[in-house]
Design a protein around this ligand. Structure first.
Ligand code: FAD
Length: 498
């Protein structure tokens, strides 16, 4: 008998979602990630749980409907890391006209079974606070609803739930020597250690590496139908004080988002550039940074340039190649390819997909594999992710409760912890009576208690895992503080290993 029912290559959102769904159905699951969880595209997105207003122009109504409906589902199961956000779309007379935008938003409001998110409306920018940071030539706008998500934490929480439901999680490990018989046999390797394992089904959820895995690990014939498209973001000191996001139309007909980010910053993105090469080496180019600055400068009064950029990051979309011309026109929907024939163990390959639709993708994957597994019903639409077991609008009550329980913490810290860990905040703060009880402070409000929790419960191994994926405190720690954190984590790892 094989060791596992399902072995999944890739700890991004799609691998994580499939692992969780499968583990919850009682299947024996192995998830293998070569780096940290969410180290690939799933920490480099614009972080929107959205229908994708722009996809309406491409007639992608099926994708938009599916994605719009998913907003309400995900808000319900992860109210800590996902929140509603209103988006301001200034009317730019030289570009898409008001009538077209109004029609698009009408469809957007009604296509996806919207239940609680407010409808779109028109704004007078001379009266509304959203107009203040904008150049005076923008007089009116539309405002509509979507949601914001901490993308990397969404991955980690799916993996955590999968593990709590019995999945085996192996990060920073390589899967090698894969052989296909009536089951899959392979070797897991890390730091000179090797283990032979087997699984009934293999899932290639390697995101932008999906083609590499197919060609070099699985030795499949033919070119995988995948198109790699790079997208970059920049982060600057905040350009506006309210909590709404902006969606700007660019002269090249693309769109750019400018979002409130980590309280003190604005996140601006994204670009769409054809990509070839090693996905882990992707980085924003000077040309992309200038493009994003220009896109923001066309709308905001405050002008920015590369010198104002405090952080920039890139990700690679791995899109299902539908033969479209421009990168921004390629479908954003997912495609699941099942390769199964007599006497050869099944292989499922995941192409494309969005953060927004990962849960539906996982359900579709399990349905596709249903023939080889026991028949199990979908279950993830109503099951909270770890820490998300509280009411959708319960964040404020939780912040108040946590402030009463740990009065030595500032409101900003409590809010950050509630947003990141939800009801699991007590697993970090426990019976602490003072800041000193939480151990050394590494900078900003990061304490040893939080770092230990992340190492013990969430697979964090390096300072970057903590500073850029489990949190975004990398924006606030100095180089010396980051080094001190790295040294502390190395010490904790060697204590745990000894
Ligand atoms: P990844 O997150 O890349 O995960 C694949 C994982 O596989 C990686 O962690 C990698 O290390 C691992 N791996 C690869 N090879 C191996 C191997 N041999 N062994 C073990 N592990 C391996 N979607 C939205 O819904 N909303 C947005 O706002 C949004 N914005 C985006 C903006 C940009 C710029 C980009 C690029 C994408 C955006 N997306 C958005 C899309 C979304 O981010 C991706 O669809 C999603 O993250 C893909 O997840 P994945 O799991 O397929 O890939």
């Amino acid at each position: 008998m094989a060791d596992f029912d399902l072995a999944i290559i890739g700890g991004g959102i799609n691998g994580a979602g499939i692992a969780r769904d499968a583990a919850g159905r009682g299947l024996r699951v192995l998830l293998v990630e070569q780096n940290d969880l969410a180290a690939g595209t799933s920490s480099a997105s614009t972080k929107l749980v959205h229908g994708g207003l722009r996809y309406l122009e491409h007639g992608a109504f099926g994708l938009v409907r599916k994605a719009l409906a998913e907003r309400e589902v995900l808000l319900q199961v992860a109210p800590h890391i996902i929140r509603p956000m209103r988006f301001v779309l200034p009317i730019n007379p030289g570009l898409r006209g008001e009538r077209l935008l109004r029609l698009g938003l009408f469809i957007y409001d009604h296509l996806g079974g919207r239940q609680t998110l407010p409808l779109s409306r028109r704004l007078d920018l001379a009266q509304d606070a959203a107009g203040q940071p904008l150049r005076p030539d923008f007089r009116s706008a539309f405002e509509y609803s979507d949601c914001w998500v901490d993308d990397a934490r969404l991955v980690v929480l799916n993996v955590l739930d999968a593990a709590e439901r019995g999945a085996t999680i192996r990060t920073r490990m390589h899967i090698t020597n894969i052989r296909r018989h009536d089951i899959w046999q392979f070797t897991l390797e890390a730091a000179g250690r090797r283990a032979a394992m087997s699984a009934r089904i293999l899932v290639n959820a390697a995101g932008p590496w999906v083609g590499q895995v197919a060609e070099h690990l699985l030795h499949l014939p033919g070119r995988p139908p995948v198109r790699l498209v790079k997208g970059s973001h920049i982060v600057v000191r905040k350009l506006f004080a309210h909590d709404r996001g902006y969606i700007f139309q660019n002269a090249d007909r693309r769109i750019t988002f400018a979002l409130p980010f980590e309280h003190d910053f604005t996140l601006i993105g994204t670009t769409d550039m054809e990509f070839s090469g090693e996905p882990s080496a992707v980085a924003p180019s000077a040309e992309e940074i200038s493009y994003l600055c220009r896109a923001a400068n066309d709308y905001f009064r405050e002008q920015i340039g590369p010198k104002q950029v405090v952080w920039a990051f890139s990700g690679v979309r791995s899109l299902y190649d539908d033969g479209s011309g421009k990168p921004e026109d390629v479908t954003r929907d997912y495609h699941l390819a099942l390769d199964a024939h007599a006497h050869a163990a099944p292989l499922l390959t995941v192409y494309g997909g969005k953060i927004t639709t990962y849960r539906r993708l996982a359900e579709a994957a399990l349905e596709k594999l249903g023939h080889f597994l026991r028949d199990t019903p979908p279950w993830t639409a109503h099951a909270p992710l770890p820490g998300g077991d509280f009411a959708r609008n319960g964040v404020e009550a939780m912040v108040a409760g946590a402030r009463a329980a740990w009065p030595f913490l500032s409101e900003a810290t409590v809010r950050r912890l509630v947003r990141a860990y939800g009801t699991r905040i007590n697993r970090i703060l426990g019976s602490a009576k003072s800041l000193a009880d939480l151990g050394p402070l590494f900078g900003a409000d990061l304490t040893a208690a939080e770092v230990r929790y992340l190492m013990q419960q969430e697979w964090a191994r390096s300072a970057d895992d903590v500073l850029w994926r489990r949190t975004k405190l990398g924006l606030r720690l100095s180089k010396a503080e980051r080094d001190a954190l790295g040294a502390f984590m190395a010490g904790e790892s060697s204590k745990a290993g000894s």
